[in-house]
Design a protein around this ligand. Sequence first.
Ligand SMILES: Nc1ncnc2c1ncn2[C@@H]1O[C@H](COP(=O)(O)OP(=O)(O)O)[C@@H](O)[C@H]1O
Ligand SMILES: [Mg+2]
Length: 247
Amino acid sequence: MYAIQNVYKSFDDNQVLKGVSLEVEEHKTTVLIGPSGSGKTTLLRCFNLLEMPDSGSIELNGASMTFQGGKKAKYKMEEIKKLRRKTGMVFQNFQLFPHMTVLENIMEGPVTVLKKTKEEAKEEALELLAKVGLTEKQNAYPRELSGGQQQRIAIARALAMKPELLLFDEPTSALDPELEVEVLNLIRKLVEEKQTIVIITHKMSFAREVADKVAFFDQGIILKEGTFEELEHSNIPRITQFLNMLE
Ligand SMILES: Nc1ncnc2c1ncn2[C@@H]1O[C@H](COP(=O)(O)OP(=O)(O)O)[C@@H](O)[C@H]1O
Ligand SMILES: [Mg+2]
């Protein structure tokens, strides 16, 4: 089980997370929705400690960390890295290494972090490239790929680390509609494989389709969580308006 408990986070005097708790079940898909600026990305980044909570706790399948009084020094970088390694993150804007080929992008983590041999890392990278349907692009550089292709490579790169928990932050929002489909199809495949997934998306049709649980964010709190249908029938105007506004 993965959980965030009572997490608070401020940037200067802007309190962005105001006591957020969220449980993420293994092999399920949890979808975060809500207006821009409500704190979704910040929460996702707390899951892998790209942001340190000021207070609260984070539990990733047995490993847990508690934060208090905004102190950062309590945990050593080694411990943070160990926890972070359980997660794989896919960003809105892909964030591939521009000076590396597709194959090198996917092999980088396994070789430098997991200390795999280049042969082993390459073999696994090629398997992942087949899975995301981009074998023929193995020697291309990111700039030579479409946005949809870059995002599929970014997903392959995340999978190469064999994360327990996959985190997606609006993975298709930088893509034209015709490129969105190939990325959504790949995520569908991961959902069917029963990966543990947390995804932020504004695509309500997709959320409805894949979510085991949806959490609706508003101004730094989770206003409501439940199945998509439960949110639709929540009679909370904030939520129903939001759901009706988006396709
Ligand atoms: N690194 C940061 N430094 C300062 N403010 C930030 C930082 N990250 C996010 N914020 C602020 O936190 C608020 C919530 O942002 P975010 O978590 O990105 O929301 P969402 O993903 O729901 O749009 C915004 O007001 C944003 O400006
Ligand atoms: Mg965001």
